[in-house]
Ligand binder design. Structure first.
Ligand code: MN
Length: 205
């Protein structure tokens, strides 16, 4: 039986929609090359397990599981990331509704949240992510700094929004200047979409 595989999720906007903050070339290579590679890698790893199951062969389980965690993280974080951005005509500004209330309560206001989230992103050691997570038990937003796609990652907390600060996310537009890219992100942040997603997450509790 053919098993299901992951596919690259389509973006909700064209590749040139985030200019001038993220160029068409930068977004296209990020989506079609980098994200696609994580999708392909997970599918290949699952196929290796399936092939070995069929033949009864051993697998190098430690190496495969290390690769699987890395690539699964890459796939899921990128899938969130595309939805966290919108064309500058619709993005930027500030959140409304429950998300605005929660940000005010947990971070003392949007400006302070943006400062802390930006600091989380710019200070990632090497390649990684800034992530805002929600804990239903505490009814609290928390920050998470993920190295690579899966290091320093606390499982079971749903990401409300993420920002990719791998150099592959910005090198064409900003060279090595990560802080410039993080600053630009706030012009395309999709508060409407993130706010709706946050209300859905809150509804689980
Ligand atoms: Mn990336």
């Amino acid at each position: 039986m053919e098993r299901k595989v992951y596919t690259l999720p389509a973006l909700a906007y064209p590749y040139n929609a985030l200019t001038p903050h993220i160029s068409e070339g930068q977004l296209k290579i990020h989506h079609t090359k980098h994200h696609q590679a994580y999708v392909d890698n997970v599918n290949n790893i699952n196929k290796k397990f399936d092939d070995a199951t069929k033949s009864g062969a051993d697998v190098d389980i430690k190496a495969l599981l290390k690769e699987l965690a890395f690539n699964l993280g890459g796939h899921s974080l990128h899938s969130y990331f595309w939805e966290d951005m919108a064309p500058p005509s619709k993005g930027g500004g500030k959140p409304g509704g429950k998300l605005a209330d929660q940000v005010n309560r947990d971070f003392g206001g949007l400006d302070r949240f943006k400062k802390l989230f930006s600091q989380t992103a710019t200070s990632v050691e090497g390649s990684g992510w800034a992530s805002l997570i929600y804990c239903g038990e505490l009814d609290r937003l928390m920050l998470q700094q993920i190295e690579k796609h899966n290091v320093n990652y606390a499982p079971d907390f749903t990401a409300v929004m993420v920002l990719d600060v791998w150099e592959h996310a910005y090198y064409i537009d900003y060279k090595n200047l990560r802080a410039k890219f993080v600053e630009a992100f706030w012009n395309v942040v999709n508060w409407d979409g993130i706010g709706k997603w946050f209300e859905e997450i809150k509804g689980w509790y």
